[in-house]
Design a protein around this ligand. Structure first.
Ligand code: PDD
Length: 301
């Protein structure tokens, strides 16, 4: 099939040397044959939650943390887990094993299931469980080169951004807004001017050698990568603090980067048309990335 790279650095790079696979309600099949019902509530109402995991050398990273967050998301939307944490972990590991991918992104989605379209939560619908595995280009050993361009966008999402739901239309539109003005991504800013998160990741700032990231809460997703970066900063001896960040502080930062499972750490070179430092990946970001990578490779199972 040959290498087929789609997407670019800030999203993680997909490639394809073998067919991508899917799991749908108990069955593993090629991704392009995987289907769900048109009256699935995930499709009709985004009545569904999800997780995105990554493998390092064929082993899943932070499975337990991801599945714990999925349980929190299910609890928040009153969806009874159709499978235990151990069963889900087994399915994901089996999918990775069958794919034979060394570096892959694993997507897991649980919807409220199939029911005639109505706002009422159906009492007896069986949740739909879908997982996919897609191959990724290997993570680079170190980060260098120009950072991405981001714009800030006043948040127009709902009030529960801590729930990892597939209701991502606002994220899609904010990302599109960024692309239309020649930027690579957008960061949501609350009405009071405080920084929340990007359309698919958390935000970190380096100022005077210290790492800063907005505190978790209803305005942003508590990223697993974010948590691991805080841990990695400790190992790398970089002081790290959770604190409120304003748009002005983002403009004046020494370094800025985004974090997510797929893209890991993405250096930001421009915010709202203004350069961050010299527009390149900064030294603290590079150090954090290396510490993060060591931690991720050592902690994958
Ligand atoms: N997104 N914030 C948002 C809005 C996200 O969508 C994500 C991840 C994160 C970072 O979370 P984590 O470090 O646990 O991946 C923060 C995934 C990758 C996605 O939707 O593809």
């Amino acid at each position: 099939m040959g290498d087929r790279f789609v997407d670019s650095r800030w999203l993680g790079r997909y490639r394809q040397t073998m067919p991508d696979l899917a799991y749908v309600n108990g069955e593993i099949l090629p991704l392009n044959r995987a289907m769900v019902h048109v009256e699935d509530r995930g499709f009709q109402f985004a009545d569904s939650v999800y997780e995105v995991l990554r493998t390092y050398d064929g082993r899943l990273f932070a499975v337990d943390e991801h599945l714990a967050r999925l349980e929190q998301s299910m609890a928040a939307i009153e969806l009874t887990p159709p499978l235990s944490r151990a069963e889900l972990a087994r399915i994901l590991k089996e999918l990775v094993r069958r794919s034979e991918f060394r570096e892959a992104v694993v997507y897991l989605q649980i919807t409220r299931g199939v029911a005639p379209r109505h706002r009422a939560i159906p009492p007896n619908a069986r949740p739909t469980v879908v997982a996919t595995v897609r191959e990724l280009a290997p993570a680079p050993e170190r980060l260098s080169g120009p950072g991405i361009k981001i714009i800030t966008v006043t948040d127009f999402r709902w009030a529960r951004c801590d729930i990892k739901t597939t209701a991502l239309l606002a994220n899609v539109l904010a990302f599109h807004q960024a692309r239309k003005v020649g930027a690579d991504d957008a960061v949501f800013v609350a009405a009071d001017g405080t920084i929340e998160e990007s359309t698919a990741g958390n935000v970190f700032v380096v100022r005077g050698g210290q790492l800063l990231t907005p505190p978790t809460g209803a305005r942003l997703l508590a990223g697993i990568t974010r948590r691991k970066i805080i841990e990695a900063a400790g190992v790398a001896g970089v002081p790290c603090r959770e604190g409120v960040l304003t748009r002005e502080e983002l403009w004046r930062a020494d370094e800025v980067f985004l974090s997510s499972t797929t893209a890991q750490i993405t250096p930001v070179g421009w915010v709202d048309g203004q350069p961050v430092g010299n527009g390149q990946c900064g030294p603290v970001t590079a150090r954090i990335y290396e510490a993060f990578l060591r931690l991720a490779r050592a902690a994958s199972e």
